[in-house]
Design a protein around this ligand. Structure first.
Ligand SMILES: *[C@@H]1O[C@H](CO)[C@@H](O)[C@H](O)[C@H]1NC(C)=O
Ligand SMILES: *[C@@H]1O[C@H](CO)[C@@H](O)[C@H](O)[C@H]1NC(C)=O
Ligand SMILES: *[C@@H]1O[C@H](CO)[C@@H](O)[C@H](O)[C@H]1NC(C)=O
Ligand SMILES: *[C@@H]1O[C@H](CO)[C@@H](O)[C@H](O)[C@H]1NC(C)=O
Length: 431
């Protein structure tokens, strides 16, 4: 006969035979990142007993106390609850889900637990092959792919499946814990020119492959300058790097690199023949620019600007020129002034009430200013002024009159609508 069993930690109220055993599979379960995993046990939950992955109790899923990283991602396959088998589905599997899970089942008289291991695997992107430069009398072909876990195997091969030696191979682990790979091969006149790059997850026993045919007539694209492709946002008073690099990667050491603004002659920073030239630099940038030369050998010609001002906002052109070609990228800099906390002062009596003043500075662009009650109701101001200081940042001053009948808990809110940033101060005027 079946009896009720309360599962503690992973508590489940479910019918089990009087003597029941919790059974988990012996082999680890493998899940693919971003997809779902089913833990095929009679009732499960993870690691330390203090927190649980999923809890089913009293005929219901219970979410109070669930580990936050599993919220919205677990479900019991309830269809099978009645026969004592309680598989758990985990959606959108992450790297951090890897590890041991404990299935804990308890009734009035005894309990059982068992342990299951979940392993996670990432099947990365299809390899991207690019023809990059001339090297050692041949053409350097590079293959890149990301999103692998664990570390994948990488190999080049020809059409008949023969393994071709690479000249370089790097694998690195990104912040998300997944591996990226980059491998290069030199194709020469007599070498096989039908190639494929294959990346293999040995754990899943799956691979991704891209094939390419390299004609020795393949003309290498002329280098171009690449900017960030989106506006750069800088905070007033801080430093910012304007990124820019050559593609394909090649040294810019012997080129002219010019950062300019409105026209070719409005120079922000200039580099030529291995030296930096300050004579043409606009006065407002003097002493504030730093050309980041460390990776110039790699075509990186990024520029750091110190102590950003509102007047730095606008377009920048990153230009390069060598003996045989030139090019440029345009990028946009936006400046945000995230001002000070509003300072409130009780300023004296006026029109039968008390005047409260609110001041703040350091805003850019011009902020919105408003008074409101604690319940969020907008209150009319008595006066309001905004001005621009020498630095180009806005200062605001606003006041309100509080009377005996008006709301006495009020706050002053200053908001930079461009950058969705606000600061608020509250004051309470007692009777
Ligand atoms: C390589 O691929 C090209 C284009 O697909 C094909 O025409 C050629 O016959 C192939 N060469 C060899 C040696 O398989
Ligand atoms: C490659 O270039 C040579 C000389 O320019 C030409 O004779 C040949 O036909 C080209 N081959 C291909 C496959 O385009
Ligand atoms: C270029 O150099 C800058 C400064 O060192 C760095 O922040 C940036 O990531 C580099 N960009 C590339 C594409 O390597
Ligand atoms: C105003 O704030 C004070 C202090 O937080 C609180 O004691 C009081 O009840 C509030 N008054 C109103 C009208 O909300």
């Amino acid at each position: 006969r079946w009896m009720s069993a309360f599962l503690v930690v992973v508590v489940v109220l479910v019918h089990f035979p009087a003597k029941f055993t919790v059974i988990g599979p012996r082999d680890p379960v493998t899940a693919v990142l971003g997809q779902e995993a089913v833990l095929p046990c009679h009732l499960w939950f993870r690691a330390e007993f203090a927190s649980f992955v999923h809890l089913y109790h009293d005929g219901k899923d219970q979410y109070d106390g669930q580990m936050p990283e599993y919220q919205g991602r677990t479900e019991l396959l309830e269809a099978v609850l009645t026969d004592g088998n309680v598989p758990l589905r985990i959606l959108n599997v992450r790297r951090s889900d890897e590890g041991l899970y404990i299935c804990f089942v308890q009734d009035d008289t005894f309990y059982e637990e068992t342990v299951l291991e979940l392993r996670v695997a990432g099947l990365g992107s299809a390899p991207l092959i690019s023809v990059e430069s001339h090297q050692d009398g041949g053409i350097r072909v590079v293959c890149r792919s990301a999103g692998w876990y664990p570390e994948p195997e990488v190999l080049w091969r020809d059409l008949s499946g023969r393994h071709l030696p690479s000249v370089s191979e790097t694998k690195s682990q990104g912040d998300n814990g997944l591996f990226e790979t980059e491998t290069a091969l030199i194709v020469k006149k007599h070498s096989n020119r039908n190639l494929s790059c294959c990346i293999r997850n040995t754990f899943l026993n799956q691979e991704k492959e891209s094939a390419v045919y390299i004609s020795l007539n393949t003309s290498l694209a002329l280098p171009v300058m690449i900017g960030p492709g989106h506006p750069i946002i800088a905070t007033a008073g801080e430093d910012i790097v304007l990124p820019c690099h050559l593609s394909p990667r090649m040294s810019a050491e012997n080129m002219e690199v010019r950062w300019f603004r409105y026209q070719f002659s409005s120079v922000v920073h200039m580099y030529q023949h291995g030296k930096e030239l300050n004579v043409l630099q606009m006065s407002e940038y003097q002493g504030r620019t730093e050309f980041l030369r460390d990776s110039i050998g790699d075509g990186n010609v990024s520029l750091r600007i110190h102590n950003i001002r509102p007047s730095d906002e606008g377009q920048y052109v990153c230009f390069f020129q060598s003996s045989s070609f030139y090019g440029e990228a345009v990028l946009e800099l936006k400046v945000a002034g995230l001002g000070s906390n509003p300072l409130m002062t009780v300023d004296g009596y006026q029109e039968g009430g008390i005047r409260v003043m609110c001041q703040s500075s350091g805003w850019y662009p011009e902020p919105e200013v408003l008074w409101r009650s604690l319940s969020g109701q907008h209150l009319p101001s008595f006066s309001e002024s905004k001005s621009r200081g020498e630095s180009g940042l806005f200062e605001t001053q606003t006041s309100i009159i509080i009377t005996e009948n008006s709301n006495q808990n009020i706050s002053c809110l200053i908001r930079n609508t461009h950058f969705n940033h606000e600061k608020e101060s509250t004051i309470f005027i007692s009777g």
